[in-house]
Design a protein around this ligand. Structure first.
Ligand SMILES: [Zn+2]
Length: 69
């Protein structure tokens, strides 16, 4: 499974929680830059939303990604 699909599936499984790119990378065991690119792609696909908010994992206020429903 490619990184984008793994990120998308992870966020749907953990919805409505939201995760920053670093926490996505750690949870999935992938490179942070790979997680960033995958999260941007899921945001563009319309199934997920990229926004500024509090990460459900690390608690930092930063750009996070979540499933759109
Ligand atoms: Zn985080």
């Amino acid at each position: 499974m490619i990184a984008k699909e793994r990120v998308a599936a992870f966020l749907i499984t953990h919805g409505p929680r939201r995760f920053c790119d670093e926490c996505l990378a750690r949870a999935l065991g992938i490179d942070p830059s790979t997680a960033y690119r995958a999260a941007v792609k899921t945001g563009r696909a319309g199934t997920h939303i990229r926004e500024y908010g509090v990460c459900s994992d690390c608690g930092e206020s930063r750009l996070v990604t979540r499933a759109s429903r």
